[in-house]
Design a protein around this ligand. Structure first.
Ligand code: AMP
Ligand code: GLY
Length: 420
């Protein structure tokens, strides 16, 4: 099979690494890819948000199967354009991608599906939103409706923070994304991520993970795209996962199918768990980054068969073969991230890190310049390891970090603390 993966981060490096291990893969191209991906697959510079461009490329390269990594092409209908061109695609249609692209759409689906989630109000009028916030009081959560690169959610602990967030959003701080706002009840509990493969009808759990969103140790400082993750997430017990599947995921899939926009791809189910009850925080229509890295580390080659079965409507006959193992990934980021950071610093020592089914350094934001690996992103490396226990995986990952010589980078030393 000739396979194309769309994307350029650590998530796509991990997907490529898993796909390459599967003997059914004859050729792998990643567009646009990065320096780490280029070491294991062909990379192609393409505008991945332009469905016509990607479809033409697929035809020229005799691609059989496309895996879409990030949400932006999905929200722009790239999967639809490729399916129109006769390709098999892992990833939802534009209509189904609204589960991530519009917070108010997701709340409406939850209402129709009876899925447990935070109470909310949906506003396009600043004064009405402000009146609702004042009536509800703090803590309260303010969300820009559309895609905002992870920056559209303000968890306001005081009323003045909430009012300020509304002022920002209606003032255009998120461009078009802020013209519509969802105001939500603040949910307490522990967060975990549940990954479910969907083929439009059947839902097959693919694993659980927990992310570390804050930049600093002890979960301090501003939010980031994620500074590390581990799998499995012990808080998401089988009983809670089954509850989430029955009360949240399956009713959502039924409602999406009923509306003529069946969901196919990976559904990232962000949950808040309290007193053994899961409630939906958010859906994403793609793998998490860096959660994908730990899932791929644990699943290996079968990940490709599972994604192919989902795209092909064959999940009813698929199964996930779990090992009793644990994986962890530690993000190395450029000094200054998530604020402004320098680009172009040189990373040394990567050749000292082992690369096998227990150890991988996935690249998130790197570029090869004159044979040297340089940092070109905020999140730059995902140092990933697997072990019989989380402690073993963790020790392996931090031992790899000790080999990496990158003075302009930093990382959290406490990834996995909740579970250890
Ligand atoms: P989201 O982009 O919707 O995942 O929100 C980003 C983060 O904000 C989540 O991972 C949670 O930590 C937090 N958050 C979002 N909604 C709520 C809520 N209703 N109650 C508490 N925390 C929330
Ligand atoms: N790590 C969080 C996300 O991918 O949305």
């Amino acid at each position: 099979m000739n396979i194309l993966i769309l994307g350029s981060g650590g998530r796509e490096h991990a997907l490529a690494w898993a796909v390459m291990q599967n003997p059914k893969c004859d050729k792998l191209i990643v567009a646009p890819g990065n320096a780490g991906i280029a070491q294991i697959a062909e990379c192609a510079a393409l505008d991945i948000e332009d469905g016509a461009v990607v479809a033409t490329f697929c035809e020229a390269q005799a691609i059989d199967f496309v895996i879409v990594g990030p949400e932006a092409p999905l929200a722009k209908g790239v999967a639809d354009r490729l399916r129109d061109a006769g390709l098999l695609v892992f990833g939802p249609s534009e209509g189904a991608a609204r589960l991530e692209a519009s917070k108010s759409f997701t709340k409406e689906i939850c209402d129709a599906a009876g899925a447990p989630t935070a109470a909310y109000g949906h506003f396009t009028d600043h004064a009405a939103a402000k009146a609702y916030v004042e009536a509800q009081g703090a803590p309260i959560v303010i969300k820009a409706d559309g895609l905002a690169a992870g920056k559209g959610v303000i968890v306001a602990m005081t009323l003045s923070e909430a009012v300020e967030a509304l002022d920002d959003m209606f003032g255009g701080a998120f461009g078009g994304a802020g013209a519509e706002v969802v105001v939500e009840e603040f949910m307490e509990g522990e967060e975990a991520s549940f990954f479910v493969l969907c083929d439009g009808e059947v839902a097959l759990p693919m694993g659980t993970a927990q992310d570390h969103k804050r930049v600093g140790e002890g979960d301090a400082g501003p939010n980031t795209g994620g500074m590390g993750a581990y799998s499995p997430a012990p808080v998401l017990t089988d009983a809670i996962a089954n509850k989430a599947l029955a009360e949240i995921v399956q009713p959502t899939l039924r409602e999406m199918a009923r509306r003529g926009t069946p969901y196919q791809g990976i559904l990232y189910v962000g949950l808040m768990i309290k007193d053994d009850q899961p409630r939906l925080v958010e859906y994403n229509v793609r793998f998490g980054d860096p959660e994908c890295q730990v899932l791929m580390m644990r699943l290996g080659a079968q990940a490709m068969d599972l994604m192919h079965a989902a795209a092909d409507g064959r999940l009813a006959e698929a199964q996930v073969n779990w090992a009793d193992d644990h994986a962890i990934t530690v993000v190395m980021a450029a000094d200054g991230y998530p604020g402004s950071y320098e680009k172009g610093s040189v990373i040394k020592g990567l050749d000292q890190c082992p690369e096998d089914s227990f150890h991988m350094v996935f690249h998130a934001g790197t570029k090869a310049v004159d044979g040297k690996t340089t940092a070109v992103g905020g999140r730059v490396l995902n140092v990933t390891a697997r072990g019989a226990s989380l402690q073993e995986a963790r020790d392996r990952a931090y031992a790899m970090i000790d080999q990496i010589d990158w003075p302009q980078g930093f990382y959290r030393r406490d990834i996995g603390w909740r579970a250890l």
